[in-house]
Design a protein around this ligand. Structure first.
Ligand SMILES: [Fe+2]
Ligand SMILES: [Fe+2]
Length: 141
């Protein structure tokens, strides 16, 4: 599953397209932010820059979840509760990362980046894909 993320240009692999324009666009932006975080980690030890990217990533992922959850509610997606729970769990995990980074705790950014890539690829390929298929069948594009 990691392979879907291998492209350093940050463009999304076909296997990550859920076929709902707004959602695919937001996923692309999220991946761009993850690549930025990865680069900032490799190129400098600038804590402010890293914190800024982490903040942007958190804000934008929350916006993205609201978008998906609005689609779920509007089209009465039957698996909404489970999917929303996945989003909440992610929220808790990244807020925990943020706190640790802010407090100067010994957080391995490497591990954060690995977690983010894995989480997004898995979540999109399994949960968001299921949502995309449902929404397409319900007439959303
Ligand atoms: Fe999702
Ligand atoms: Fe998503």
């Amino acid at each position: 599953m990691q392979d879907a993320f291998a492209d350093q240009s940050a463009s999304m692999d076909e296997s990550l397209m859920v076929n709902i324009k707004e959602i695919d666009h937001q996923h692309q932006l999220l991946f761009n932010l993850i690549h930025l975080l990865e680069k900032s980690e490799q190129s400098s030890s600038n804590k402010d820059l890293t914190e800024g990217i982490v903040d942007a990533l958190i804000d934008y992922s929350f916006t993205h979840f609201l978008t998906e959850e609005r689609y779920m509610d509007r089209f009465e997606f039957p698996d909404a509760d489970f999917h929303k729970k996945q989003h909440s769990r992610y929220r808790e995990t990244v807020m925990d990362f943020k706190e640790k980074i802010k407090n100067g705790d010994d957080v391995s950014l490497d591990n954060v980046v690995v977690f983010l890539k894995r989480w997004w690829v898995n979540h999109i390929q399994i949960n968001d894909m299921e949502l995309g298929v449902f929404l397409n069948m319900a007439g959303a594009i």
